[in-house]
Design a protein around this ligand. Structure first.
Ligand code: TF8
Length: 338
């Protein structure tokens, strides 16, 4: 019996530090249920990245972080979800930066037309000090900006006619995001800009409430807009970022270890999402053609005319309180081009 006691004692002594270490780190990473909302379908590039993010969170937390994705705006549109995060009723989401302008006005600067020439410039600016600064600006508003994902360069679709020159946009009722920069831009192009939540867009196109819309080709594919839109014009008029957000209320309750897991998983998701979206984007045009869309590019001369025409949009943006942030992003882009 003595021998047994001794053996147990030794075993306990040997085990003690291990047990203590496990329980200490277990205390710092708790079981967490994370509701992650998004607007596109599960099979979209957005849906794939949400799934990847969930897997990364699970892996990095030893299965403690259980993130569930809710696609198709089933938890609400971008603006509704932002408010749910602020109130603490939902933990995370991904959506367009463009719909954040009601919370941090400076996000509108990304929506100015023809700002970025390519993805590489966008990555450098978004992941650099400029993009970081805008993420930080959300902290006072009850949100934590984790990372930017790529939505992509936006292109025009409509059901009326091919758009080969500026004048072709005349009178087209074009759905835009709920954002003053977009409304101003498309009205200048001669279209009739109609702000609408993305979740209402397919029906609006189907019923003819609007004639057209603009989004990256990946979204035109995954949201099946080819079923209700005949013409696609590759215009690449704006590079559109997505932003992964967390509720600050929720985030503030996490331990340092848990916050680290969230940030590392988010960074991994960004790399996955951009690579995946770019690969998907390269396939989309052929897919849309096969689905019967009539597709055209805009000539360089026509693109120059468009650029010329929307120049005053930059002046208006500056005059409306955006002068400082506009200067900053232009400097960041110039640096990225070097
Ligand atoms: C739009 C955006 C959307 C995304 C998505 C809902 O046109 O591009 O597709 O914000 O997250 O509203």
């Amino acid at each position: 019996f003595r021998k047994l006691l001794l053996a147990t004692g030794i075993a306990a002594a040997l085990l003690a530090p291990v047990v203590a270490a496990t329980s200490a780190s277990a205390q710092e990473v708790k079981t967490r249920i994370i509701r992650f909302g998004y607007g596109l379908s599960e099979s979209s590039n957005q849906g794939r990245a949400v799934k990847y993010f969930a897997e990364e969170l699970s892996k990095r937390s030893g299965g403690k972080f259980k993130m569930k994705g809710f696609g198709d705006a089933s938890l609400g549109n971008d603006i509704q979800m932002q408010n749910a995060l602020i109130g603490g009723a939902q933990e995370m989401m991904v959506g367009s930066t463009a719909t954040l302008v009601g919370i941090v006005k400076d996000f509108g600067v990304y929506d100015l037309p023809f700002l970025f020439n390519n993805e590489k410039e966008a990555d450098a600016v978004l992941d650099g000090p400029f993009g970081e600064k805008l993420l930080k600006a959300l902290n006072d508003k009850g949100l934590v900006g984790l990372v930017y994902w790529e939505n992509g360069f936006r292109n025009l679709t409509n059901s009326k006619r091919p758009i080969t020159k500026l004048e072709d946009m005349g009178g087209i009722k074009l759905r835009v995001m709920q954002n003053p920069v977009y409304i101003d831009m498309f009205n200048r192009f001669g279209a009739n800009a109609v702000p609408l939540a993305f979740s209402e867009l397919f029906t609006a196109l189907e019923t003819g409430t609007v004639d057209g819309q603009e989004n990256p080709v990946t979204t035109i594919q995954s949201s099946k807009f080819y079923e209700v839109q005949k013409y696609l014009t590759i215009s690449r008029h704006v590079y559109s970022p997505w932003i992964v957000l967390a509720s600050k209320r929720w985030y503030d309750g996490l331990s340092a270890d848990e916050k680290k897991i969230v940030h590392e998983a988010a960074a991994a998701s960004r790399e996955f999402e951009r690579k995946d979206s770019r690969e998907a984007s390269a396939q989309s045009v052929a897919y849309l053609k096969e689905k019967g869309m009539q597709i055209n590019e805009l000539s360089p001369a026509e693109l120059d005319r468009m650029r010329e025409m929307v120049k005053p949009a930059f002046d208006k943006y500056a005059a409306d309180g955006g002068a400082e942030i506009l200067k900053e992003i232009q400097a960041a882009i110039a640096a990225a081009r070097k």
